[in-house]
Design a binder for this molecule. Sequence first.
Ligand SMILES: [Zn+2]
Length: 108
Amino acid sequence: MRLMKVICTECGADAKIKKTARKYSHFADLYCSCSEPECGHTFVMNMTFSHTLSPSAMTHGRMVKDIADSIHPDQREVAAAFLNRSAKEARETERQNGEINGVIITRR
Ligand SMILES: [Zn+2]
C-alpha cells in the first residue's frame, strides 16, 4: 500500500500527518508537521475527492437505474441498443489489443 506523501511547504522535507479532520465525506483537513527538526513548520493541507476512475461495484446498479429512470420510456430500447453495440465494440477492441500484445496466440 502506498501512503500519501506530504512535503513541507517551507523547506521541502518530508512531513507527517498528525491528525485528519474529516469535514465531509469528500473533504478533510490534514494537520501536518515537518520532520526536519530545524524547520518545525506545522501546517494544514486539504484533501478533496477529485473524480472516479472506475465506478464502485457497490453503486454501479444504482447508477444504472438512475440513468434508466432519467431516459424517456420510448427511448430506453434505443439506449439498450446503443449499450449493446458499445459493449460489442469494447470486447472487439480488447480482443484486438490482446492479439497485438501477444496475449492470444493462434497457430496456423
Ligand atoms: Zn519544513
